[in-house]
Design a binder for this molecule. Sequence first.
Ligand SMILES: [Zn+2]
Length: 673
Amino acid sequence: MALATLSLTGCSDRKPESVERPSVRDVNVLLVTMDTTRPDYLSCYNPKAAPTPNLDGLAARGTRFTQAVVQVPLTLPSHACIHTGSYPQMNGIRDNGGFQLDPKVPTLARLVGKQGFETAAFIGAAILNRRYGLNRGFTTYADDMHETKRIEKLPGIMAEIPAEEVSGRALDWLESAEKRGVGGAGKPFFIWLHYYDPHFPYNPPEPFRTRFRSNPYAGEIAYTDAQIGRVLEWLRAKKIEDRTLVVLMGDHGESLGEHGEYTHGIFLYDSTVHVPLIIAGPGLPKGAKVDQQVRSIDIAPTVLDFLSVSDPSPMQGESLLPLLTSGHSVRTTYSYMETLYPRTAMAWSELRGVRAGDWKLIVAPKPELYQLTADPEESRNVIDQHAAETERLKKRVWEVAGDPNHLSPLQSSPLDDQTRKELESLGYVNVSRKQEIRLDMSGPDPKDRVAVLKIMERTAEMINTDRYAAAIPLLRPLLETDPQNPMLYTRLGLCYERLGQYGKAIDVRRAAIQKSADNSETYAELGELYVRVGRLDEAIAAMNRAAEMNPANLQNLTNLATAYLQIGKQADAERAIHGILAQNSKSAEAHNLLGLLEVSRGRGEQARANFELAIEEDSNLAEPYLNLGLLAEKTGNPGKAAECYEQFLKKASPDKHRDVIPKVKEALAQLRR
Ligand SMILES: [Zn+2]
């Protein structure tokens, strides 16, 4: 009896299936986000742009929006707005890294997945790694960036894969899904493709590199257009073009020197918030153009409306369907925007603003108002002439951003609750102390720091071409004029490190700590430098601090475990390794470290099993091959050892392993004698 009651109670909340699912449209959805793409670099928007024939073709069979804008000119928060139909304050992702998507906020993938759509995402850069939560609702989330194979140049440059690989992965998935009947009648898919190529550094592959030598940014866009074309062509060849809704949007633009900004993220001018948006699908107008302002938060509601999927909790964006199908205006007049990046990266004031058709207000220490139709370049600040307009728009900003008189510090949370608990149980108690970000418009106005941006731009170029000594005299004076800016110390320290001047590199990091311009990177870098100069105790102290400040950066825990193993602190090493595994149970690096730990405990068999597991998880990681080889040689198996050394030499990085490569070659020669 009790059981029966329990099961009845369990059912009572649910409506019958037929009521909950009205007739959802049986149409596939392809969402394409082009990173860092300005509309005026597509030939369908600007006849003078280099040809983008595939996007032009999409525009010809769909609708092109001329006034599409994003809420945040940064990759991760902008994508969170696209996928949730909500502003950053609601979806929880306020900056690149350091935040998790609020688990209570529904995503487009989850909502259509519940309706039986097969879901898959193909990601172009590590900035959209699953750890931030955008994977929610996707059955397939392809975000492996082959990170163990890469050599880093400039700090902050994300691991990425080229457009060719994004399209290749998507086409492989589509082919195999087709064999299961997915994409045809009754089995729709929702796939999201993210292309990162137009993002700095601009280095398109051939033939685009040669063809666009004088404008490699345009070359990246032309290359991406060609790769998107492969997927669009597949839809055509499989005759499912007319049963697929395609939405293509830029996640933000690129400033290319305008307003003293060279990339994106610092300012809120149209160079970086105005993006291309094209929507094409069955029953929608062809070759049409919409001039009303629309926003990234309107994408998810539009797709749901098109599919007739009811939204359990209404999103902040509006469906654009009435605008698309019958030209009826929708309520998209006010577009809130913000960027915390000047604060988090440079210790300058954050910016907020609203774009409202003809007007744009930017709330900064020195606020700005622009009349966009008369002054599309946003070159004349007219705030002094329009007090009433300014007040009206200001109200709209604070409606979204919260009470300006009670701006409390923002708590960043790089870990989800489950991971936080696991790390705490391993003794990493400080991970529960969240990092605080001040959001009170204190610090310099970013527009008063364009001289710093100019030098950052010049030195980025120098570092990318290995001219470290030339960058130092440009960076050093900035420590006097902008002493709180953590990025300056990171960059200057990197130059000294690359020149082998480790002492000076350490001094720069210590200066950052002294000026309170430190962050977890400061301690991570300091830890690696202390290892290089053989000061292991200080290295461990610094690495511990880095791991506590940002345990989500697994490199911090990897470095710590390695250092503990070197000084024979096995229990501490084990704790750090389990800290990695708590966040990624498939970490190849962690299994390689576990192997080393077993070696140090004299347990050869367990060591071998872990090295083999490491290779299974990531066959590109070089170290486990070397460790297996050493183990095989020690246990009298020279044939196996030689095989492993050969594999190691194939996978080794000339930079990272430069000291060990000659020794392995020598050992291999010995074995072959
Ligand atoms: Zn981006």
